[in-house]
Design a protein around this ligand. Structure first.
Ligand code: ZN
Length: 269
């Protein structure tokens, strides 16, 4: 199979034109696995499977940080993407513990024994199958958390740094959801706190033709508060688990936050 060669060549050609330019590269990375690799900025790359499940590679001086791991079976595609970028994954970071974000954690860490593994403190319990709620927490039944065998090297709290990524606690979609802001270029890796599949939508919002942000979100009031918190970070770029990356997303995020608060019956203060 020569798909990878084509991909690498196209990547190299793109690199010659401009290292800042963004472009899409397609790869056949395994018998039945089709992965699309899209350069979103100088240091941010989106890996997409099935046209709607994203994870991200963030280039750092010492290698790559992988944010989320996609569904099970994404390992080969992710590793080949890293090698196409002539780099190695040295850290794996999760936004949250849903099945389409943690599916390849264990397989990847088996292939990358030197890699470190990070997850939000509150979310880490969901990785072990502990669905108990803390005092004051409430929300829908927690579904879609398969758990993983691997244990994190470090659990993250709001404001912690992993390389260039600043952790932003953004609960609501799940109890311990985390977003990550690349402080170098203002790219916000928002996980499922927003989706862009059918326009910019905050987690917990019901749109009849795209009900997933509503169906799979745990607490929509908290999700609305977190969407506002992420808007107030004023990101230059919004990169999400489902949908394309949006440049200059503030106006669209603002509308999404407003709709999220309307649907909760809460007023923006
Ligand atoms: Zn999710």
């Amino acid at each position: 199979m020569h798909g990878r060669g084509i991909w690498k060549n196209r990547l190299a050609q793109k690199g010659r034109t401009s290292s800042n330019d963004c472009g899409a590269f397609e790869a056949l990375v395994g018998r039945n696995t089709f992965v699309n690799l899209i350069q979103e900025s100088k240091s941010l790359f989106r890996l997409t499977r099935f046209g709607m499940v994203n994870c991200f590679l963030v280039r750092e001086e010492d290698g790559l940080t992988l944010v989320d791991t996609g569904l099970a079976g994404s390992t080969v595609g992710i590793l080949r993407a890293a090698s196409a970028l002539d780099s190695t994954i040295c850290r794996i970071v999760l936004t949250h513990a849903h099945i389409d974000h943690v599916g390849s954690v264990d397989a990847l860490l088996r292939e990358l024994p030197a890699s470190e593994f990070f997850v939000g403190q509150r979310e880490s319990r969901l990785l072990t199958g502990d669905f108990t709620l803390d005092a004051g927490e409430n929300g829908k039944k927690l579904l879609g958390f398969p758990g993983v065998k691997s244990r994190p090297n470090r659990c993250l709290n709001d404001g912690d740094r992993v390389g260039s990524l600043q952790t932003i606690s953004s609960p609501g979609h799940t109890p311990g959801h985390m977003a990550y802001l690349d402080v170098r270029d203002g790219s916000l890796l928002a996980g499922d706190a927003f989706t862009t599949q059918t326009g910019v939508v905050a987690a917990g919002v019901l749109k009849l033709y795209f009900p997933f942000p509503w169906m799979f979100s745990w607490n929509r009031e908290l999700a609305a508060e977190s969407a506002r918190k992420l808007h107030n970070v004023k990101p230059a770029r919004l990169a999400v688990g489902h949908g394309k990356t949006i440049k200059s997303p503030l106006a669209a995020m603002d509308r999404a936050v407003e709709l999220a608060f309307q649907q909760c019956g809460k007023m923006l203060d």
